[in-house]
Design a protein around this ligand. Sequence first.
Ligand code: F6R
Length: 621
Amino acid sequence: MCGIFGCILRKGDAAPIIHAALKRLEYRGYDSVGEATIEEGKIHVKKDAGSIDEVHQIRNLDNLPGRIGIGHTRWATHGAPTQANAHPHVGCLEQPEIAVVHNGIIENYAELKKELEDSGHIFRSKTDSEVIAHLIEDTLTNIRREKIKSKSTVHSDFERAVLSAVQRFQGSYAIAVLSAKEPDTIICARHESPLVLGIADDALYLASDIPAFLPLTNRVIYLESGELAVLKSNTFKVTKIASRSEVFPEPKIIDWAPEMAEKQGYPHFMLKEIIEQPSCIRNTLRLQDKYLELITTFMDRAREVIMVACGTSYHACLAASYMFSKLSFLATHPVIASEFVEQHGKSVNIDSTILTVSQSGETADTLAAVETARQRAATILGLTNVVGSTLTRVSRVYIGQQSGPEIGVAATKTFTSQLSVLSQLAIRLAKKRGKVSQEEIDLLEDNIERIPDIVENIIETQHKKVENLAKKHKDKQCFFFLGRGISYATALEGRLKLMEIAYVPSIAFPAGESKHGPISLIQPGFPVFFICPPDDTRKTLIGNIMEMKARGASVIAICEEGDENIIDLVDDYIEITKGIPEVLSPIPYVIPLQLFAYHMALERGCDPDKPRNLAKSVTVK
Ligand code: F6R
C-alpha cells in the first residue's frame, strides 16, 4: 500500500502542495518518497529512500519548478526501499518524457519487463512499477513511429498510450502519469487500488485517499475501478478503460474533519483495518511465485523447520503448523521467539531452517532468536510486512505480506494476511511433496480465492450481531476462548485481542484441555467462546460445549451458517459462510473475534487504537 498524489494548479508551485499532501498520506507508507513536476516541457524529479521528513531535509521537496506534478510515498513490496526503487519512475530517455507513480501490484511485470528489455529498454529499479513508465514510453514511440493517427480527436497520443498500456496490466494499480510533451496534462487510472479526484476552483487534484487534498477542497469524485481520467488545468474527462467511452461522474461533498479523513471516515484505525482485510488478503494472492517457490524449496530440504514469532505473529505460526502438517505432511515447530534461545539455542544448527514471522520485521525478541540461529549457521527465512526491515536484511529469502501499514496497535489485517501467505506456502509445499491429490489442491486454490469475498460477507452480515454481543457482555470480568485443532490458534488470537484492547482478563485453551483444570472457573453466566468450524474435531467439540453448558456457562459459538446442532446448544452464535476448508478457517473465523474485541473496547471506554502500555513494534527484549 502506497500513497499517490497529483495536482494541476492555476497559480503557484506544485512541489510544496505535493509535499504537504504526501505528509497527509504518510500513513499509507513511509519508506521512501518522491515527486516529479513539469516546467517548460521538462520533467524534474526528486526522490529518495527515507521518511518524508528525512528526504525533505536532504533534498528539499518544496524546491521543484512548475505548477503541475505528481508524488508518491512508498511502502515497499517489490524491491527494498532505495533511491532507485522510489517513485516516480521514468522511462529510458536521458531527459525523461514520462514519469509515473503507482500504488498496487503489477502481477505480470516480469513478462512485460522481459519483453521491454528485449526491445532495448533499460531498467533501473527492482520494482514492478517501473514497467509502467517503460510500457507507456514504448507505446508512445510505436504510435508515433507507425503514425497511427487517432480516427477521432477524442484521444491524444499520450492518452492513447496510457489507455493501451493499462490494458496490458494484470493485478492492481492506481497510477498518475506525466508527459513532458503534454505539459498541461496528468493522466491517472485505477484498477482495484483506490483513486479519487479533488475539484477546486483553481486546481485539480488526484490522490489515493481524500485526506491528501481535504484542506484544499472537499469536492470529490471517486473514480471507479477500470476508469481513467485526463486532468487539464481547468477541465477533466473520465473514460471507461475497456470501452473507451466517456462517463460523467458527479462530484460529492465530503464533510469529514481531517483527522476522520485519515481513517476514511471510520472512527478508529482498528475498525478501518478490520474492514480493509478483504483487499489486503486479495493482495496476498498476488505474491511473487518465485519467493513462494524458494521458501518452500528451503522448507522441503530442511531437517527441521522451526517457526519463530511473538504475539499475533506467533498465533499465525501456530495455525501454520497445522497447515504444514495436514497439507504438506511436514512437522514444523512454532516457538515463541523470547523462548527460542533457551529452548533451541543449543540444538539449532546448519540443518535447521527458521521461518521467522514478524509484521514489523523489527521485534527485538524475534531478531534475537534469528541472531542465535544465524550464528549456528541455520537458514533464515522471513515473512514480514516491512520490506527493508532488519528481518528482510538477515533472511536468506523473505516474502512481503503486502498488508500496507497497520496503524492500530492491535494486529488485525496483518494477521489474516500472514495466514493467507502461510496457507499458500503450505499448499505449494504439498504440491512439491506430492502429498495431496490434484483434486484437493484445486479445491484449496479455488477456496483461497474465495476468502476475500467471504471475509467481506462476514463483516457485512455479522458486524451488527457482534456489536450487540459486546453490549450484552460488556461487564463480564473474564472470558474463555476454546477451540480444537487449528482453531486453537484462532482462540488464542481472539483472547489476545480482547485482553490487549478491552483489558478483559481472558483464557484460551485447546478445548480438550479445559477439563484438565480451567473448567473449575466456570460458574453460571461465565462467557465462553467456542470456535467451531465443521472439521474433524466438531463432534468432540460439541461434547466440550455440553460440558460447559452443564455448568451454566454462557456459550457463544463461531460456527458455520445453519449448523443447527451447534446453534441449538448455545446462547449466542455468529455464522460463517459454508464450505471453507479447515486449513483456511482461521482467516474468516477470527474476524468476529476482532470485531468483538473492538466493540468491547468501545463499550468499556477504552481507545482501541492506543491500548495502554503497548507499542506497535516491540524493539526491546
Ligand atoms: C498483538 C500484536 C503483537 C504483535 C507482536 C509481534 O495485536 O500486535 O502481539 O503481534 O508484538 O510483532 P511483529 O509481528 O511485528 O513481530
